[in-house]
Design a protein around this ligand. Structure first.
Ligand SMILES: C[S@@+](CC[C@H](N)C(=O)[O-])C[C@H]1O[C@@H](n2cnc3c(N)ncnc32)[C@H](O)[C@@H]1O
Length: 252
């Protein structure tokens, strides 16, 4: 526990233990701004985060949400959600971090369930907002399809969705991105509109074309309302987060 901020995890739990504090906190405040400005969350909102890890992006919500509002985070990494529960839920019981025992090569190699069949452990129409930061950039097509279906199921009428993606249409070719890790030159399983950085490890980084995202959203009874360019693809014009932000809602 850090004596200046009891909610700050030890750096060994960070995505990269060597990352500077400024990078860690950038995510906290960026996502709070996206949720309040783009998803118009209220202090009473019921919020679900997919891929919450140690609860970084929930940090700013701790001072924002109040009863009957609450936060639920879901992640496949048991060590991280257990740590977040010890550090945060013990002080703020309305914030709960839940382990999904899904197989993941990196984060949960002993997991028994499949992300393409996993049922979110929540009732229908429970949440006013569902978001995920840098999670759909690792989900394969069957997993994406199921996660959108589950999101549509647990989202309450009028609810908002914010998921970060690499939108393939934004990719301008080798050597153009802010990092070579974001070069999507290989079709995934010959699927039009789905490309990966490394065909041997497709979940390292995956990009979906806008038409694929819209198609999967449609199947889940969702509609894409806005796509905001990210910095990753080095396109001119407006950009916000490092990844592209895709906003959705239930189909009207
Ligand atoms: C790049 S990290 C981002 C972590 C977190 N969103 C943040 O901003 O600090 C991706 C996270 O997604 C989680 N994850 C991967 N596959 C998942 C799945 N199928 N369901 C839920 N979480 C998953 C990983 O365990 C990891 O914590």
């Amino acid at each position: 526990m850090n004596d200046k901020d009891p909610f700050l995890p030890e750096t060994k739990y960070w995505q990269d233990p060597k990352e500077p504090y400024s990078h860690y906190y950038r995510w906290v405040w960026e996502y709070f701004a996206y949720l309040s400005l783009l998803c118009e969350i209220k202090r009473e909102s019921r919020i679900l985060e997919l891929g919450c890890s140690h609860g970084r992006t929930s940090r700013a919500l701790l001072q924002y949400l109040w009863n009957p509002g609450y936060y639920r985070g879901l992640d496949v990494d048991k060590e991280q959600v257990d740590e977040a529960s010890r550090r945060i839920t013990s002080i703020v019981p309305d914030f709960k971090y839940i382990h999904a025992d899904i197989y993941n090569r990196h984060y949960n190699p002993s997991g028994v369930k499949s992300a393409s069949e996993f049922e979110f452990p929540f009732e229908n129409e429970t949440f006013d907002c569902v978001y995920a930061a840098s999670v759909f950039t690792h989900l394969l097509p069957g997993e994406l399809e199921n996660y959108l279906g589950q999101t549509g199921r647990v989202l309450a009428p009028g609810g908002k969705i914010l998921f970060s993606f690499f939108v393939l249409d934004r990719y301008q070719g080798k050597g153009t991105c802010i990092s070579p890790n974001y070069e999507f030159d290989h079709l995934y399983n010959n699927m039009d509109g789905v490309k990966v950085k490394d065909p041997d490890y497709p979940d390292n980084a995956i990009a979906y074309s806008e038409h694929r995202i819209r198609e999967y959203a449609e199947k889940a009874n969702l509609e894409v309302t806005r796509i905001i360019n990210g910095l990753w693809s080095n396109n001119p014009g407006h950009a916000l987060n490092e990844q592209d932000l895709v906003l959705m809602q239930l189909k009207t």
